[in-house]
Design a protein around this ligand. Structure first.
Ligand code: FES
Ligand code: FES
Length: 232
């Protein structure tokens, strides 16, 4: 007989739904994603020199400081964008990719760095409505843009049918590629709420899963599309 526990909303869950004692339910994933979005640092209050740790109230003073004290070093750049509905500002080196910036400046680990060469799709995010490889996109190119990550999709109840369908059809094994598939699927359903299997395969062509879960992605996405058309 399966051991019973109580989840973080007071509901009953089976021990098979626990990973390291943490409830592995859609509600738990949704609240974790919402917490990750909430903790995204917003606008910078000051600008710290990563070389000597001096802090400046305005960015121009940091630039002057580099000119005076570190003339041979690359000056960090300030970039502002909207991530999952939250306006934020980061200070990064100009060569940083969006994937690296999301992970190391904003604490969003959902966009995975796998191949880091634009070949696998694990790092996919949506920029201004288009699925984009965040390992191949410089963060400075995203100034003023609107970025959506897997955390934004997981936190939004509208996309519960998609997440549920992926779980129900076991469209994942190791899971590293899964966020990229889900983000690509969401972008597809945004522009085409009733895709054919052929259209799904075409949309997912840039997402690679070495575990070979491909047929289940199409099944899960078509089921989610149907559920969403019926009102979730
Ligand atoms: S990590 Fe970006 S495409 Fe593979
Ligand atoms: S589940 Fe995608 S690489 Fe394993």
């Amino acid at each position: 007989m399966s051991e019973k526990n109580t989840d973080n909303r007071g509901g009953r869950i089976d021990s098979k739904d626990l990973r390291n004692g943490v409830a592995f339910t859609h509600e738990a994933a949704q609240s974790q994603a919402a917490a990750a979005i909430k903790s995204i640092p917003s606008m910078l209050k000051d600008y710290s020199c990563p070389i000597c740790n001096r802090t400046f109230a305005i960015y121009a003073d940091l630039q002057h400081h580099y000119a005076d004290e570190h003339p041979d070093a690359v000056v960090p750049v300030k970039v502002s964008f909207n991530v999952n509905g939250k306006d934020c500002e980061v200070l990064i080196e100009p060569h940083w990719t969006l994937q690296r910036t999301l992970q190391f400046r904003l604490g969003l680990t959902g966009a995975k760095q796998m191949c880091n060469h634009g070949a696998c799709g694990s790092c996919t995010v949506i920029i201004d409505g288009r699925p984009v490889l965040s390992c191949m996109t410089l963060a400075i190119e995203c100034e003023g843009k609107s970025i959506e990550t897997i955390e934004g999709i997981a936190a939004n109840p509208k996309w519960k049918p998609l997440v549920d369908a992926y779980c129900r059809w076991d469209a994942m094994q190791c899971g590293y590629c899964t966020p990229g598939f889900l983000v690509t699927a969401k972008a597809l359903l945004d522009r085409n709420p009733d895709p054919t299997e052929e259209e799904i395969r075409e949309a997912l062509a840039g997402n690679i899963c070495i575990c070979g879960t491909y047929p289940r992605h199409s099944t899960a996405i078509m089921e989610a599309a149907l559920k969403m058309a019926q009102g979730g």
